[in-house]
Design a protein around this ligand. Sequence first.
Ligand SMILES: [Zn+2]
Length: 91
Amino acid sequence: MSDDMELDCRAVLADVWLMLDGECDDATRARLQHHMDHCSPCIEAYGIEEKVKGLLSRKCGGDRAPDSLRDRLSIEIRRSITITEIKTEEA
Ligand SMILES: [Zn+2]
């Protein structure tokens, strides 16, 4: 159960990345909105809650993320992927 939640949270980061990159579709928005409704702390933890909320409320609107935010998200996503790989090896 908790593993599923962790997986979901990592997937959310990838969805945020897609949105920031301008690849925003209904399915991605729905996934993010649904996740934030049930698990907002994980978005808060990355310090991107306001950004994500803004994207959702504007329905993405072709907004381009500042390089600083892109860099930060990129690092978080890579870190999440690395953690996943380590856990898999240990199991
Ligand atoms: Zn979450």
